[in-house]
Design a protein around this ligand. Structure first.
Ligand SMILES: [Zn+2]
Length: 136
């Protein structure tokens, strides 16, 4: 049998893929590193660029590939503010996930986007079939 390779874009900004493996449950695990160069200070809200190491690794659920769950592992970067008292550190805020959402939950990180697309698609279908209004 030929080994056929398939490339699927991860579609996540500001990351570099380090590893692509399967875990003990045969689920895909993509380990990525952040390429973010700055964060917004949680106190003064200025852009800070002094790298201060990595936060604990977090695992986020991505969309499945061939009905197999996909998990993204990332260690978010931390940055230090040179201006605020006590030089506090701030963990980067990625544009593709919300740090306030609990970790390891079963809902994929992109689900709000998918829900929004489904709602728009349903509305367009409704307009087309019920009111005969079509958008091209
Ligand atoms: Zn600050």
């Amino acid at each position: 049998m030929n080994n056929v390779l398939l490339q699927i874009p991860l579609d996540i900004p500001d990351v570099k893929i380090e590893k692509f493996t399967k875990d003990s449950q045969h689920q895909f695990v993509v380990t990525v590193t952040s390429t973010c160069k700055s964060a917004e200070c949680r106190k003064c809200h200025k852009t800070i660029e002094k790298f201060y190491g990595y936060d604990k690794e977090i695992t986020l659920r991505h969309l499945p590939i061939f009905a197999t769950p996909v998990w993204i592992k990332i260690k978010p970067k931390r940055f230090q503010c040179p201006d605020c008292e006590g030089k506090p550190t701030t963990t980067q805020q990625c544009s593709w996930y919300d740090v306030s959402i609990p970790r390891n939950r079963e809902e994929p990180v992109f689900l709000p986007t998918i829900k929004a697309k489904c709602i728009i698609s349903t509305l367009l279908h409704l307009l087309r079939t019920t009111f005969y209004i079509d958008f091209h």
